[in-house]
Design a protein around this ligand. Structure first.
Ligand code: UD1
Length: 427
């Protein structure tokens, strides 16, 4: 697994005009593995995670855990976390600021040790990402939380089971509440919980460790507190966002791609949308295949919490709209800054405008190659797909973002026939 973060000077050069075709398998989900690693803090001993993706956020999360006293070994697709009886409760500022997902240590630390100090986490530049609902959930369980010089401080003498209703089904706030409630005294009920497959994965790991949780994957999760958890071995759920990236690339390039290692129900809405633009889609238990002949038709897309269209695929939806026949309206309901991607598409000759939560895109048969900038993980992947539909060579800059979330991105694109190379523009 790559321990060294990609240099900010590295770019991808993408040659347009090739069709993505072939078979690709997806590794475990970034948005699950980082949380599962944090859950390992909740049990003394060795927790083993398999099917882990080779992404730079995994060693970054390992650093966060090491600073708390864990021994973390990464070998191939396996991560072993050895958690001591007592761990630190203050997250290292530098390590935590490197990744947004470091917030997921909050629930496990408060749950098991009744205290946590965390500097406001870093991560993608996709909009303001407050922690108020995380705090409210912890407060409901009896903790006190406050901001102190840019750090979130959470403390409790004991945690008591409680009811809490989220005003919006936030993924992170659901995880914080559930992980903290698992070791609380008594029963907790979370209403309007997030229903993402990664939430189910975390609840499955916790249950294997001895937690008593019902309703994961529905809007109401009930947690009966237990005294302690024990370490186990667990396989990380497949990455639906990576899987859908290849599906959308197949449609954009009029290709034919089979993706394995993923339950297609996790991206049911996306596959239905692709059928709507003209793709043929076949599905099996842990695979799907998408093929497209001719130019895709324009379709509107609205991002919503699961099971709706994922915000993490919004850049790919805009990239698809950019080569579709007609006018598409893409509505972003989760992260306000995610339309930065549209500016990059405009560089590639697309007729697009944004207005608040909406982007209107009139597609072109072929895009102009250009130098473009990845502002976050998914925007980076979307730009590479767009580059494959451009007339010449597109340079996608700041690809360290892509390496945070996609295992062997370049290898996968090449195995599907895409022409892409990594260059260090600083040399
Ligand atoms: C997670 C994913 C991210 C995905 C997102 C939505 C990880 C590491 N990241 O992010 O890839 O795009 O879910 O599917 O798993 N909010 C508040 N207050 C809070 C918490 C959230 O206002 O306390 C807002 C956010 O600003 C955002 C919305 O709620 O507008 C959704 O955020 P949330 O579901 O919590 O996303 P994350 O868990 O941060």
């Amino acid at each position: 697994m790559s321990g060294n973060p990609t240099s900010r000077e590295e770019s991808f050069l993408v040659t347009g005009g090739t069709r993505l075709a072939g078979e690709v398998s997806v590794a475990g989900a970034k948005n699950s593995v980082l949380k599962l690693m944090a859950v390992a803090l909740m049990a003394e001993g060795r927790t083993t995670l398999t099917n882990c993706p080779d992404i730079s956020d995994v060693p970054a999360m390992a650093e966060v855990l090491r600073h708390l006293g864990c021994v973390v070994e990464i070998s191939g697709d396996t991560v072993v976390i050895d958690t001591p009886a007592d761990v630190g409760h203050v997250a290292d500022d530098k390590a935590a600021q490197r990744l947004r997902a470091s917030v997921c240590i909050l629930g496990p630390l408060v749950g098991r040790f009744h205290r946590a100090v965390l500097s406001m986490p870093g991560g993608d530049a996709i909009g303001s990402r407050p922690l108020n609902w995380h705090q409210n959930g912890l407060n409901a369980l009896g903790a006190t939380t406050r901001m102190d010089h840019g750090r979130l401080v959470a403390e409790a003498t004991e945690l008591r089971g409680a009811g809490y209703k989220l005003s919006f089904p936030s993924v992170g706030a659901t995880e914080t509440f559930v992980t903290a409630a698992v070791l609380a005294k008594g029963t907790s009920v979370l209403e309007n919980a997030a229903r993402e497959p990664e939430i189910v994965d975390i609840c499955e790991l916790l249950t294997e460790m001895g937690a008593k949780i019902t309703g994961a994957g529905s809007s109401t999760i009930t947690i009966e507190g237990v005294d302690e958890l024990h370490p186990v071995s667990h396989r990380v759920v497949g990455d639906r966002i990576v899987a859908a990236t290849w599906a959308m690339g197949a449609v954009m390039t009029r290709g034919d791609v089979k993706v394995t290692g993923i339950d297609p129900m996790f991206i049911h809405v996306v596959l239905e949308k692709l059928r709507g633009v003209g793709a043929e889609v076949e599905t099996g238990a842990d695979w799907f295949q998408v093929s497209q002949q001719g130019r895709p038709r324009a379709r509107n897309v609205r991002t919503l919490p699961f099971p709706g269209f994922p915000t993490d695929l919004q850049p790919m939806a805009i990239a698809l709209a950019s080569v579709s026949d007609g006018l598409s309206v893409v509505t972003e309901n989760l992260f306000e800054a995610r339309f930065r991607f549209v500016e990059e598409m405009v560089r590639m000759g697309v007729d697009a405008e944004t207005d608040g939560h909406h982007a209107k895109i009139r597609g072109r048969e072929r895009l102009d190659s250009a130098t473009v900038w990845a502002s976050d993980i998914r925007a980076g992947a979307g730009l590479v797909l767009a580059g494959m539909c451009a007339d010449n060579v597109t340079e996608v800059c700041e690809i360290f973002h892509i390496d945070r979330g996609y295992s062997d991105f370049i290898g996968n694109v090449r195995s599907l026939g895409g022409q892409i190379e990594r260059v260090d523009t600083h040399r």
